[in-house]
Design a binder for this molecule. Structure first.
Ligand code: 13P
Length: 287
């Protein structure tokens, strides 16, 4: 059964480790992540962006697939199904479809509007026992080939949003989605420290987990990060393994064209990436 992310993140924050959110794109992705979490006895959060939700034929299809896998694969570790960077409408749709957790990304609204919309969704989630993530300070990334710098959140605004009763808070600390440019300035631990000082026990979320060096990840966890999002790194691992399979001509040997064979190296590569991250984040054995 899907669970809210509240308990796993409260434990993670208190225990000074982080739970990984791994974004899913299809059945192979979901299966690889769930199997790895079970094998390592780690809690896990499956992230679904609005685009990925659409690609997988809508939120209800995603909920059906994930619930089916939890049962058929005998998954007993805590699993949350979480909307990633949701719009206000998308968040409501996921609540109705059976997600156990949502993110409302109101970081691009003026703070008053972010507060009003977040409040409405906090109330809806509280009634149903779902977890909710809010964001302050937008997280940069590549859009149309231009890499935007990650903003640093205002700690006072973080406190205002945290006080609304959200479960976890994503604060921009110079992190960005996708690969980091060579001239990236690194995470702003000063901002993170100030945000934690204002928000206390609130589990903080680090987006853009791909490519952040291990020592920065560890320092971020020591300063209150309890959830780390990883997406691009699994995509790159899948791509590299699939490319290798085809370049070696394996798809042309025997039944190598069978999608169950063709997609297997990519799935194994996702498993290896998820394992490496869970070990780094310290969530292994914390189910
Ligand atoms: P990356 O794609 O950089 O790993 O970021 C993932 C993320 O933050 C999803 O919200």
């Amino acid at each position: 059964m899907l669970v809210s992310a509240k308990e796993m993140l409260t434990k993670a924050k208190a225990g000074k480790y982080a739970v990984g959110q791994f974004n899913i794109n299809n059945l192979e992705w979901t299966k690889a992540i769930l199997q790895t979490a079970q094998e390592l006895q780690s809690p896990v959060i499956l992230g679904v962006s609005e685009g990925a939700g659409k690609y997988m034929c809508g939120y209800k299809t995603v909920v059906g697939m994930v619930n089916g896998m939890l049962e058929e694969l005998n998954i007993t570790v805590p699993v949350a199904l979480h909307l990633d960077h949701g719009s206000f409408e998308g968040a409501k749709d996921c609540i109705n479809a059976g997600f156990s957790s949502i993110m409302f990304d109101g970081s691009h609204y003026p703070i008053e509007e972010n507060i009003a919309k977040t409040t409405e969704l906090v109330n809806a989630c509280n009634v149903l026992g779902l977890s909710i993530e809010a964001e302050v300070g937008s997280i940069g990334g590549e859009e149309d080939g231009v890499v935007g710098a990650g903003e640093c959140a205002d700690p006072e605004e973080c406190k205002a949003i945290a006080d609304l009763g959200v479960t976890m808070l994503a604060a921009g600390i110079g992190n960005i989605h996708g690969k980091y440019p060579d001239n990236w300035a690194g995470l702003s631990f000063e901002t993170l420290d100030a945000v934690q000082a204002k928000t206390g026990d609130m589990p903080l979320v680090l987006h853009g987990g791909t490519g952040i060096p291990a020592d920065m990840i560890k320092k971020a966890i020591s300063l209150g990060v309890a959830k780390i999002n990883v997406n691009t790194e699994c995509q790159l691992a899948f791509q590299e393994a699939t490319r290798k399979y085809i370049e070696e001509g394996k798809d042309q040997q025997g039944k190598g064209f069978d999608p169950r064979k063709l997609l297997a190296p990519g799935a194994e590569a996702i498993k290896a990436t998820v394992k490496e991250k869970m070990e780094l984040f310290g969530s292994v054995g914390k189910a």
